[in-house]
Design a protein around this ligand. Structure first.
Ligand SMILES: [Zn+2]
Length: 422
């Protein structure tokens, strides 16, 4: 059944095109001044996307699609249309998401809109939160009661023994008490099994965590390896917070799939070609979180010169990794970072990547990483109708990636920019 539906839709699309049949009841059309169906294809002007039953039924010239008589999302028409974005590093740990099982739906929708929907995110990866609460939030979004992105979650991350990082110590004590800091492989496996049995989609490891005063806690390599193996046995990815080159080396040893940050540790910050080759040969992806670094370093009251230097090093890590063919996944660490607007992330990424490489990091790359290319990442018939309508072309200015007119998930509008004055 899962395979049959897209095939059926594809056949229906061909028939529609061949017979010039009218679109079915409930179909909608979005007209685009410019349409990017994928980052590796040229854009098409004056095009439209036909949506039927939450999926993309067809794309083509605006006039041709309009002739099929579907209803329009008039408020979304006339922008630059791209596939729905994935933010591969978010957290649902702020108090506005607490008590998700019983919080009024409008409050949760407003919180999701503020952090994610209004910036075009139709899928997010929560890389660490209270699993039970995030599962409750996800259930309400999936039921259509709360408007928001599809949520993939790592649930509760694993920390080194006595290794809660210094920057997390302000979290609520009852949440801190839940964070696993296993001392043995057995304890670690028990935590990971409970997390994945509880619905988590990945395992997140803190391999090396700052403890203050220049001290670090390290996860034991045998623990990291055992939990990575168990996660892979279930066909799920392992995400890691590296902190520093030493943490990256631990990630390589454990067979981690995604590094959720670049590195700005106190030690070496250059990613040498040998290290980059190793990341790529192990098919590891990187979430750059570049905007996080100036945010953190400014909060630590470091001099602008040092902030610029550290940020520049992280940009360089991204550049060498991408140039060597590494898979880049867009992500900002919002939810931990209170600055929700990703404009600065796009500007920093643009120092290392082309606008279309950034689009790939938001769409096709995360779809591939999560083995969902048959479902999302491009604007093709049969795929989920996850779409972003931008006010203007991001190829002209990457800041336009953050200027979202409409976010559409599964054919439903989950964000609509307020109308312009005048
Ligand atoms: Zn994070």
């Amino acid at each position: 059944m899962r395979i049959a539906k897209p095939v059926f839709l594809a056949v229906a699309v061909v028939l529609l095109a061949a017979c010039g049949e009218r679109a079915p009841e409930g179909a909608t059309v979005i007209h685009a001044a410019r349409l990017y169906t994928a980052p590796d294809r040229p854009p098409v002007d004056d095009a439209a996307v036909l949506v039927v039953d939450g999926r993309i039924a067809a794309t083509g010239p605006s006039a041709e699609i309009a002739a099929r008589g579907a209803a329009t999302f008039a408020q979304c028409d006339g922008g630059t249309v791209v596939a729905g974005f994935q933010n591969s590093h978010v957290h649902f740990t702020e108090t506005r998401f607490a008590g998700a099982a019983s919080k009024p739906a409008e409050e949760l929708t407003a919180a999701l809109d503020d952090m994610l929907n209004r910036f075009g995110f139709t899928t997010v990866v929560d890389t660490g939160s209270d699993l039970e609460n995030t599962m409750a939030l996800r259930a309400r979004v999936d039921a259509g009661e709360v408007a928001g992105p599809r949520i993939l979650t790592a649930g509760l991350p694993l920390y080194p023994k006595d290794g809660i990082p210094i920057y997390l110590r302000d979290l609520p004590p009852d949440f801190l008490a839940k964070l696993p800091q296993p001392a043995t492989v057995e304890e670690a496996l028990a935590s990971v099994e409970a997390n994945l049995d509880g619905g988590a989609d990945a395992t997140k490891l803190f391999l090396m965590t700052p403890q203050g005063g220049g001290r670090y806690a390290f996860m034991q390599p045998d623990i990291a390896l055992a939990v990575a193996d168990e996660t892979h046995r279930r066909g799920l990815p392992v995400l890691a917070h590296p902190t520093d080159i030493e943490g990256i080396n631990l990630a390589i040893e454990a067979g981690v799939d995604v590094l959720v940050h670049t590195t700005i540790g106190e030690g070496k910050t250059i990613w040498e070609p040998a290290l980059v080759d190793q990341l790529i040969s192990q098919n590891m992806a990187v979430v750059p979180t570049l905007q996080l670094w100036p945010y953190e370093l400014k909060r630590a009251k470091l001099e602008p010169r040092i902030v610029d230097h550290a940020t520049g090093d992280a940009v360089e890590q991204l550049r060498v990794f991408a140039k060597a063919g590494g898979q880049v996944l867009f992500g900002t660490d919002v939810g931990y970072m209170s600055d929700y607007d990703p404009t600065e992330e796009y500007r920093l990424m643009a120092r290392a990547l082309s606008p279309m490489e950034i689009l790939a990091s938001l769409t096709t790359a995360p779809a591939a990483r999560w083995k969902e290319e048959a479902r999302r990442g491009r604007i093709d018939a049969g795929l989920d109708a996850d779409l972003v309508v931008l006010e203007a072309d991001p190829a002209a200015d990457v800041a336009n990636f953050a200027k979202v007119r409409c976010t559409i998930r599964g054919g439903r509008i989950i964000h609509e920019a307020p109308p312009h004055d005048g």
